[in-house]
Design a binder for this molecule. Structure first.
Ligand SMILES: NC(=O)C1=CN([C@@H]2O[C@H](COP(=O)(O)OP(=O)(O)OC[C@H]3O[C@@H](n4cnc5c(N)ncnc54)[C@H](OP(=O)(O)O)[C@@H]3O)[C@@H](O)[C@H]2O)C=CC1
Ligand SMILES: O=C(O)C1=N[C@H](C(=O)O)C[C@H](O)C1
Length: 259
């Protein structure tokens, strides 16, 4: 039986992860890290009496779990995952906002500890396919912009998925000039800029997680779009990660690399 700790168990994604782990026969939820969850709320969050509730990293006991699932916040994820690896727990990380340097440090640390894991900016199949198709299209359409749309509570911008999409496109598209004399009469109007790829982040109630990649060519355009209408859409990816985690001998970046 694989023992699992969920960090961020009281959050929107953490609650879905608790439901998933509770539904699987060969894994057991043994602990959660949830800073503000009090004992009286445990049942409401589907945590049975055997689940240990920790409020801070320092309290977590050795051996409490084999796997660390992280759906927390951009400013917490690095310390959490470092702690997990240092204490022998294989990380499955959905939290976005890790910098390239932090990701690299965690990969090195997991190599030193001979511990595999996964960091995935998106566990949804539609987003994984969108990124794959966008990378393919960018070879033929180097002019591209990204629009991501999320719920109003999202803390980070742009989304991890949008940033990953831009990085994948950047790997394949040919060097080319963007309009050098462009001027913004309202600062920020043209969006964020990743190596010349504009990223626009929309935050509105009613949305969950959506992305469009717009390619423009001479007299034609191509739009690739994905929509996550429900957070359940991310759970099939987390389930695959749980199934494969023991076979990973490296900290893998991207769900597509374990499918
Ligand atoms: N990879 C993927 O497929 C997906 C990734 N995400 C990402 O997952 C992350 C979480 O999203 P979401 O669930 O919507 O966010 P929420 O704000 O709903 O939940 C975040 C949770 O993290 C908890 N938390 C805050 N600080 C810490 C800490 N230091 N240690 C442990 N827990 C902490 C919060 O607890 P409290 O409120 O008590 O402070 C809260 O319950 C985001 O980065 C988001 O981008 C989201 C969807 C899909
Ligand atoms: O915060 C979210 O909701 C999501 N975050 C991830 C991201 O930043 O890409 C994945 C998905 O877009 C939902």
């Amino acid at each position: 039986m694989k023992k699992v700790l969920i960090a961020g168990a009281a959050g929107a994604m953490g609650q879905k992860a608790v439901e998933l782990v509770n539904s699987l026969p060969d894994v057991q939820l043994t602990a959660v890290l949830a800073p503000h969850l009090v004992a009286a709320q445990a049942a409401q969050y589907h945590l049975d009496a055997t689940v240990k509730v920790y409020h801070q990293l320092a309290d977590i006991e050795n051996g409490v779990a084999d796997v660390w699932i992280d759906f927390t916040l951009p400013d917490a994820v690095y310390e959490n995952v470092k702690f997990a690896i240092q204490h022998g727990m294989r990380p499955i990380v959905g939290t976005t906002g890790l910098t390239d340097d932090q990701e690299e440090e965690l990969v090195q640390l997991s190599d030193q500890q001979h511990l595999g894991g996964l960091i995935a900016p998106n566990f949804g199949m539609s987003a994984v396919l969108l990124m794959k198709f966008a990378k393919e299209a960018a070879v033929y359409f180097p002019d591209v912009e990204i629009i991501e749309m999320h719920h109003a509570d999202k803390k980070d911008a742009p989304s991890g998925t949008a940033l990953s999409t831009a990085k994948l496109i950047d790997q394949v598209r040919e060097e080319h000039e963007t309009s050098p004399d462009e001027q913004e009469s309202l600062p920020g109007s043209r969006g964020g800029d990743y190596h010349g790829i504009k990223i626009h982040a929309v935050r509105l109630p009613g949305y969950i997680a959506h992305e469009q990649v717009l390619f423009g060519g001479a007299g034609e355009a191509l739009t690739i779009r994905q929509d996550s209408f429900d957070r359940q859409s991310f759970m099939s990816g987390v389930k695959v990660a749980l199934e494969k985690i023991d076979q990973l001998d490296h900290l893998v970046i991207g769900l597509e690399n374990i499918l």
